[in-house]
Design a protein around this ligand. Structure first.
Ligand SMILES: Cc1cc2nc3c(=O)[nH]c(=O)nc-3n(C[C@H](O)[C@H](O)[C@H](O)COP(=O)(O)OP(=O)(O)OC[C@H]3O[C@@H](n4cnc5c(N)ncnc54)[C@H](O)[C@@H]3O)c2cc1C
Length: 548
């Protein structure tokens, strides 16, 4: 980076612009304010909450337990908020995030209904110039992208969709007003984690539900239920210890990393069976992965656990043909997001539910009155698209981000994201990413990963202020090393082989790169701490010019 270019006085509208007001943007704002920085949050939605503002579809809920899928930064908040269920529904998580916005008086620095369209780094001043769709232009020394890993939904691109005379909905942009499906013939396209939540709910309401499945996914029962006050009190009495275990763990959940992990294939069959039965009875996708983490590395371990889940599917679904279609056969367990459900497989025992195999009979087109596959036409009143997201990079690439010498982020990432620690990208000084590509992000309890990134970024900014440093930028060498390390870890697992949104396979033309870091939340955190402790090793730091 050429420090001679940063010469003009640093007069800014804000110290920091934060893009997005979900879990990440809200905490980033609070933390920066606490540390004496000014900040402005821009959020495209009409309310705060991010994921939980947009995804209002029936059955939407988190798949990490409420007591763990929540902020830990405020012991008071942690103690006072009461969760009603083990896995809370979307309205409850949204209410929690609104409570956080009010409790910490965040709203006065959040501008809603404002989409950031461009962020350009001005080399002369060393400032970011940020433009919005409201025609505003503001400057800030730092730009923090809290834009979300799963915030840009894929639009339905099936031929004929514009001709459909019924109502259609995107799960990730579900209307705020209630949608009445009573007595309707409904089609759901997709069988990923969202669809697995939607399908049982819609089946209860609709006259008939047709599920269009391309890929059968593995799902584990949630065993959701009320969270009794006494149980919650017991957890809260020991909250710091529980949070500590999550921070040091593989996936950000309170399952300690074993010192000497036992290989699944070495566990005597009867003991392993007992362990899997217990995990199945307890419920929880992350607990299953955390108990047998080698399933994503060892094909033999994977085959054992995958067959256990298939057995459960066959035991639940009464029609053997439907059960066979629901048994995943195209990918190892866990290499696509492992889903969590309530009554998903049971739903296929209902008389008003039909499963259509799109591999055998692909969609030809959506017609005025329904959907036509290569084998049949299905009359429908309502279509629900649960077709996923342009994950990890979609929201970032939709902003015109330009760094040094006008370099666009989209160009820089044309062959896949290039980041150092998933926190920053070479060529883009003073820009930080929260849960960016190549950090544990979507392969973890994201609230734990968000809190870790927010704390790291805030500490970094405080250090720069203290040391009189104007700019921080990831060095290309450190970045190349990190990208190679992330790929090496991923390639030592079964993950990259599967066509999943983790590798961008769901978006035509997207470079195939495995994006989350699989080294584990705990080891990753320690590595980031070490980088900071060594004076931000791997970053180039440029001192502020001394005024003449
Ligand atoms: C249905 C669903 C269920 C999930 N369940 C879980 C779960 O159980 N456990 C888990 O760990 N994770 C889960 N996730 C992942 C979830 O996204 C994260 O847990 C978390 O909510 C991310 O918070 P965030 O603030 O980083 O991003 P988001 O919540 O996605 O917020 C980003 C915000 O940025 C805004 N934004 C983006 N671009 C712009 C722009 N250019 N200008 C202005 N605003 C912009 C968006 O409108 C959005 O509101 C789930 C995701 C989905 C979609």
């Amino acid at each position: 980076m050429n420090d001679a270019r940063i010469s003009a006085p640093l007069v800014t509208d804000f110290d920091t612009v934060i893009v997005g007001a979900g879990f990440a943007g809200l905490y980033m704002l609070h933390k920066l304010r606490e540390d004496g920085f000014t900040a402005r949050v821009f959020e495209a939605g009409t309310g705060v909450g991010g994921t939980w503002y947009w995804n209002r579809y029936p059955g939407a809920r988190c798949d990490i337990e409420s007591v763990d899928y929540s902020y830990s930064f405020s012991p008071e908040l942690e103690q006072e908020w009461q969760w009603s269920e083990r896995y809370p529904r979307q309205p409850e998580i949204l209410a929690y995030l609104n409570h956080v916005a009010d409790r910490f008086d965040l709203r006065r620095d959040i501008q809603l209904e404002t989409r950031v369209t461009a962020a350009h780094f001005d080399q002369r001043t060393g400032l970011w110039r940020v433009a919005t769709d409201r025609g505003q232009h503001v400057t800030a020394r730092y730009c923090v992208m809290a834009t979300g890993c799963l915030s840009l939904p894929k639009r339905p691109d099936f031929p004929g969709v514009e001709r459909f005379a019924g109502d259609w909905y995107l799960t990730a942009a579900w209307p705020r007003e209630p949608v009445d499906l009573t007595g309707k013939r409904v089609g759901v396209i997709g069988t990923g984690s969202t669809a697995i939540q939607v399908i049982p709910q819609v089946a209860r309401e609709a006259a008939h539900l047709t599920v269009f499945q391309r890929t059968a996914n593995f799902s584990v029962p949630a065993r959701n239920g009320p969270l009794p006050a006494a149980e919650q009190q017991r957890i809260k009495a020991d909250y710091p210890a529980r949070r500590g275990i999550s921070r040091d763990s593989l996936f950000g959940v309170p399952v300690a990393m074993p010192a000497a992990p036992q290989r699944t294939r070495d566990i005597p069959p009867a003991e392993l069976r007992q362990m899997l039965e217990t995990l199945w009875a307890q419920g929880g996708a992350m607990s299953l992965l955390a108990a047998a983490p080698d399933v994503i590395v060892d094909p033999e371990a994977n085959a054992i656990v995958a067959e256990f889940v298939r057995e459960k599917i066959r035991a639940t679904v009464k029609d053997p043909k439907v059960a066979a279609l629901l048994c995943p056969s195209t990918h190892p367990l866990g290499t696509k997001r492992l889903c969590l459900d309530t009554d998903y497989y049971e739903t296929y025992n209902r008389d008003n539910v039909t499963l259509v195999d799109l591999r055998a009979t692909p969609i030809e087109q959506i017609t005025e009155h329904g959907l036509r596959t290569s084998a049949a036409e299905y009359p429908l009143d309502v279509l629900i698209f649960a077709t996923g997201f342009d994950a990890m990079t979609g929201a970032l690439n939709s902003i015109d981000i330009r760094g040094q010498d006008g370099l666009s982020l989209k160009q820089a990432w044309a062959d896949g994201p290039q980041t150092y620690l998933g926190l920053a990208s070479a060529g883009f000084p003073n820009m930080f990413l929260i849960t960016g590509p190549q950090s544990p992000s979507v392969f973890s309890n994201m609230v734990v990963s968000i809190e870790q990134h927010v704390a790291w970024i805030a500490e970094c900014m405080a250090y720069l202020r203290e040391q009189g440093i104007a700019c921080i930028e990831a060095s290309p060498q450190a970045q190349a090393g990190w990208v190679a390390h992330v790929a090496e870890v991923a390639n030592s697992t079964l993950m990259p082989q599967t066509d999943s949104w983790y590798v961008g396979a769901n978006v035509p033309g997207k470079p195939r790169v495995f994006t989350p870091y699989l080294g584990g939340v705990g080891p990753y955190r320690r590595h980031c701490e070490q980088v900071a402790a060594r004076g931000y090793e791997g970053f180039e730091l440029i001192r502020r010019p001394v005024a003449a």
